[in-house]
Design a protein around this ligand. Structure first.
Ligand code: NAD
Length: 263
């Protein structure tokens, strides 16, 4: 047996995953960090120790109330996310999760990410709780907008922000801003997942700021279901989980994949 505690935990987690039929992954920005997308909080977080250049915390800049009064300011940070997503590719962790959802069809992914990388990795049973940065709509008339035409798919120099609809209304991405309620379809998906029983639950790359993200982990833990946190930093979940892998998500994925699917 290895004397390295991470190796031993990888062996344990790989065993649980290979025996599991129903796996739940709860993912956050840290999963996409290895695709070059910055996180907000925790290890490598853009705003871990500082406010935005506009002098407010990122959670205020990207809030529903700020968008209502200063959509130009909110859009500066929406653009930051969109532009980094535009050139990004799914990494080994997206691929690992996607393969497990295809091989174990009763497995689910609950993500807070708005970057669309889970979709692009061909993930099944995906719930995008906070929406998708590339779906744009008018905040006045609700009409869907052409992301490529209106803002050039977040590529190149930012246009005049905020972008406007033909009706004059401010356009926004179909994402959940801080302070905003989850859309009904996300609440329904959470309720559905709550009624399911999983064999293993993993939190990957999330600082776990939202109750609805923490709950599936703490509930599983209380029911004796093995829980895993993959995060090079610590979070409020760290003390709840049975297994902790303090390494970047893509590295954990490669090392787990080598155990689950040896060549
Ligand atoms: P967060 O920025 O609050 O936390 C990221 C977490 O990931 C931290 O705990 C950090 O230690 C960890 N981390 C950093 N590098 C990692 C790596 N290589 N592997 C694994 N973990 C790593 O992100 P959150 O918890 O998702 O919440 C932030 C909110 O901001 C969410 O609502 C999300 O929609 C939004 N957001 C999304 C994106 C995206 O779509 N990629 C990016 C930034 C923020």
């Amino acid at each position: 047996m290895s004397s390295d505690p991470v190796e031993r935990t990888l062996d344990d987690v790989a065993r649980r995953l290979s025996d599991a039929e129903r796996i739940l992954f709860v993912t956050g920005a840290g999963l996409s960090a290895d695709s070059g997308l910055p996180t907000y909080r925790g290890v490598g977080g853009l705003y871990e120790d500082r406010d935005t250049d506009d002098g407010v915390p990122i959670e205020v800049a990207l809030s529903g109330s700020m968008f209502a009064i200063r959509p130009d300011l909110t859009w500066r940070y929406l653009w930051e996310i969109g532009a980094s997503c535009a050139g990004a590719e799914p990494n080994d962790a997206h691929g690992f999760i996607a393969r497990l959802t295809r091989e174990r069809p009763e497995s689910w992914v609950l993500t807070q990410n708005v970057d669309g990388l889970h979709r692009r990795a061909d993930t099944r049973n995906l719930v995008e709780l906070h929406g998708h940065a590339f779906d744009l709509l008018c905040s006045r008339c609700g009409r869907e907008q052409d992301t490529a035409g209106l803002i050039n798919g977040y590529s190149g120099a930012p246009p005049d922000l905020p972008p406007r609809c033909e009706c004059g209304g401010v356009v926004r991405p179909d994402v959940v801003l801080f302070e905003e309620a989850l859309p009904a379809k996300a609440v329904e998906a959470l309720d559905r997942l709550e009624s399911m029983r999983f064999d293993v639950v993993l939190a990957v790359g999330t600082s776990a700021m939202f109750g609805y993200v923490v709950r599936p982990i703490t509930r599983a833990s209380a029911a004796g279901v093995p829980t895993v946190e993959i995060n090079p930093g610590t979070t409020d979940l760290t003390n709840f989980v049975r297994f902790r892998l303090p390494v970047p998500a893509s590295e954990a994925a490669r090392r787990l994949a080598a155990r689950l699917w040896p060549e």
